[in-house]
Design a protein around this ligand. Structure first.
Ligand SMILES: NC(=O)c1ccc[n+]([C@@H]2O[C@H](COP(=O)([O-])OP(=O)(O)OC[C@H]3O[C@@H](n4cnc5c(N)ncnc54)[C@H](O)[C@@H]3O)[C@@H](O)[C@H]2O)c1
Length: 396
């Protein structure tokens, strides 16, 4: 075999760090994708997105000859192990979308070979691994199927791939052994469970985070509705008090994973998931809440509002499913004008943070990028700092 591992979706936020990390522990890896622009960037040794420490490791992997990249699915047949890490969205009814993985496998079916280990690494609707296993069997493929979920925090993938325990699952001892051999190269700690347990463990991890963010956001709204500064209460409640140490601060909780994974879990549980829906309504409702509070205080129609930070979280360049865009949309309806700025995303019409501050009557810190800490806002302007980035609290 020319490759030990082919990663399908290998230029993505999960796939590329995985391909780089496996290449740097000596595996012959091919990252396969359909994204031509990203291919050029990766080949030139430049990461197509921010991931702390990844660029040096990418260059190292390319120089060693262990990492190749490809846009040709034929490479699938040249590997022992095939990792699948393409996106797994929910549809317009907030139900899991099964099509992308099926359509991808369908279009590449002739390249899968008997005896291969196929590792699903995307976050999937529970039962998907079992479902794909029967489906591949029907298609006459005698492969081992495994589900080994990715649990990195976006922006820190190459670091966390070497520090987090890996959850592995398969349907046979041989499948589990092969997963252990592969992921054991990245970490000493491997947790073996069944595929359904692994699928649920990944969803529970993400949805638990989403619910914690929602708790903080609900507390923020309660405090704010009573004229209290959430951050003074937050400090009082968490200072040297270990049992509250995992209470997050308030802020937009978004991105390509948490919302859709809460909805996948809800769908799996016959749409009975009160806690998940409550978290979704609270997190998704925060932009609306902020605007409604501002409307009570100001004649927004006459004012310019600046949205500072468009990425879905701090210090990365990913705007997917960012609530900053939802905030912008609501404000565009309500205000005279909306200005947007981001330290890492170059969107159409975006202005510099200095221009945004100078021209806006109200400034909303939507993403707490580290670059914004040193900015100063002239007196007389209103600041909505839900993250408390500037340390002056947050009452809206
Ligand atoms: N982003 C994260 O931090 C993160 C963390 C853990 C798990 N996940 C899960 O990992 C999965 C992927 O997420 P992501 O953020 O890496 O998405 P992404 O969009 O960054 O990457 C997916 C990649 O798959 C490629 N792709 C799509 N169709 C393809 C095809 N037919 N053949 C080859 N390549 C194809 C895309 O071009 C893209 O580069 C999702 O299930 C997500 O929930 C993401």
């Amino acid at each position: 075999m020319k490759f030990d591992v082919v990663v399908i979706g290998g230029f993505g936020h999960v796939g590329l760090p995985l391909a780089i990390s496996l290449a740097n522990v000596g595996k012959r890896v091919c990252a396969l994708d359909v994204h031509r622009e990203a291919a050029q960037s990766i080949m030139a040794g430049k990461m197509p997105f921010i991931d702390e420490g990844a660029e040096d490791l990418l260059r190292k992997a390319l120089e060693s000859g262990k990492l190749e990249i490809s846009l040709e699915p034929e490479v699938i047949s040249k590997a022992d192990v095939v990792c699948i890490v393409i996106g797994t969205p929910v549809d317009e009814h907030l139900n899991p979308e099964f099509k992308p993985i099926r359509a991808m496998i369908d279009s590449y079916i002739k390249f899968f070979r008997d005896g291969q280990l196929i590792v699903l690494r995307s976050t999937v609707y529970p039962g998907t691994t079992e479902n794909l296993r029967s489906w591949l069997k029907e298609k006459g493929k005698d492969v081992e199927l495994a589900f080994c979920p990715e649990r990195i925090a976006e922006g820190f993938a190459v670091k966390e791939l070497r520090s987090l325990p890996q959850i592995v699952s398969s349907f046979s001892e041989e499948g589990v052994r092969r997963c252990q051999d592969l992921f054991g190269l990245l970490t000493d700690e491997i947790v073996v469970v069944t595929p359904l347990e692994a699928e649920l463990a990944k969803l529970f991890n993400n949805v638990w985070r989403y619910i914690k963010f929602a708790t903080a956001n609900q507390f923020f709204m309660i405090a704010n509705d009573h004229g209290a500064d959430f951050y003074r209460i937050y400090h009082a409640a968490t200072y040297k008090y270990p049992r509250a140490s995992d209470l997050p601060t308030a802020g937009f909780a978004a991105g390509a994973c948490l919302f859709k994974d809460a909805m996948q879990l809800a769908a799996f549980n016959n749409n009975t998931f009160n806690l998940g829906y409550a978290a979704m309504l609270i997190n998704e409702g925060l932009p609306n809440y902020l605007v409604s509070r501002l409307k009570q205080r100001f004649r927004l129609r006459e004012l310019v509002v600046g949205v500072l930070g468009m990425a879905f979280k701090a210090n990365i360049d990913d705007g997917r499913e960012s609530l900053s865009y939802k905030l912008k949309k609501i404000l565009t309806f309500e205000c005279r004008r909306v200005l947007c700025s981001d330290a890492y995303i170059n969107g159409e019409g975006f202005v510099s943070p200095e221009e945004l501050i100078a021209k806006s009557d109200i400034i909303v810190v939507a993403t707490a990028h580290r670059e914004y800490r040193s900015l100063t806002v002239p007196e007389g302007k209103t600041v909505v700092d839900i993250w408390n980035l500037w340390g002056n609290g947050s009452v809206v």
